[in-house]
Design a protein around this ligand. Structure first.
Ligand SMILES: [Fe+2]
Length: 316
């Protein structure tokens, strides 16, 4: 059951134009504004995350994607990847703008991300797949499957593909085939981290710049069913996604659902790019997610590896 004690009073309100930190949770965990000191060296695994770079976008209406900064951002992100075990690109690497331009954007973005040999794993976003067929995207991104998983350092990392079902509204789901695949991917004694492009949580989007009046374009339509699969496995520590263009922490039945801000979202009164860059740190019994840039967030939790019983705190 989703506990309903919200602590939004501890956070500044989100204005439609302006930037505010946006990280709140729904089961009463304390939220403080000051980042605690974190002993990064005590973590064993470091994963670099990016979301929604929308490379090739032009100025948009209601909010602004500052995609003119995306090229330098991608180059910097790739150069800094060498300090990570691997990187995760959470989707919407490019903006859709017709088949030819989408292809050109994708090839250019991938070239910018090719600055070192550290593995970078991709998910497809709704804008990536709007004009380029899935088979071609798989080839370009070097993926055998769109949903896949691997084990690393005592954890299982699951990449769950989301299928866009309506090209106009961008509504999406996880297909029955992928849902069955997810059940088998979660059959492991290892703690699991699930990555997806769309959020799996029941986020309150009433203050979201892009999705306040169309939550069905943001949240997966069969998210409740997906969450049941995650919950029934007893193995999931957290699910991490992009697409929502803000930072958000929502907890359902002990699983942390974490949205990461878009790299190019215009924030603040001047609508400067968020330059958001995520870092997931994992140790034997602790995980921590930090988002750097103009819209920072920090979340951490401790857990017992066998039972995944945990105690956690968050800072935004
Ligand atoms: Fe998206």
């Amino acid at each position: 059951m989703l506990a309903m004690l919200k602590i939004r009073h501890a956070l500044p309100a989100q204005s439609r134009r302006g930037f505010r930190n946006k990280a709140w949770i729904t089961d009463g965990t304390m939220c403080e504004k000051k980042m605690p000191n974190l002993k990064v060296s005590s973590f064993d695994i470091r994963i670099a995350l990016i979301a929604d770079t929308h490379f090739g976008a032009v100025k948009e209406g209601r909010g602004r994607k500052c995609s003119e900064y995306a090229a330098q951002y991608l180059k910097n992100f790739s150069r800094n990847l060498k300090s990570a075990d691997f990187g995760v690109q959470l989707g919407d690497l490019i903006q859709d703008a017709g088949p030819e331009r989408a292809r050109r954007n994708l090839l250019q973005a991938l070239a910018l991300l090719d600055q070192n040999d550290t593995p970078l794993y991709h998910l497809l976003g709704n804008h990536d797949s709007r004009h380029i067929p899935p088979m071609e995207l798989r080839q370009l991104l070097g993926l055998e499957r769109l949903s896949y998983h691997f084990d690393h350092g005592g954890f299982r990392f699951i990449f769950l593909h989301n299928t866009v079902v309506d090209l106009v509204s961008h509504s999406a789901c996880v297909s029955r085939k992928d849902l069955n695949w997810l059940k088998s991917a979660l059959t492991t004694p290892l703690p699991c981290i699930v990555f997806s492009h769309y959020p799996l949580a029941d986020q309150d989007l009433s203050e979201n710049r892009w999705f306040c009046d169309r939550p069905n374009s943001c949240l997966l339509s069969n998210r409740k069913k997906i969450r049941e699969v995650l919950e029934n496995s007893g193995r999931v520590l957290a699910a991490i996604n992009g697409h929502a263009h803000w930072n958000n922490i929502t907890v359902h039945r002990g699983i942390s659902y974490l949205s990461i801000q878009s790299a190019v979202e215009g924030v603040g009164e001047e609508l400067l790019p968020a330059n958001a860059r995520g870092e997931l740190l994992l140790a034997e019994n602790e995980m921590c997610l930090r988002v750097f840039g103009r819209d920072p967030m920090l979340f951490s939790k401790k857990f017992l590896r066998d039972s995944l019983v945990f105690d956690f705190h968050t800072t935004c």
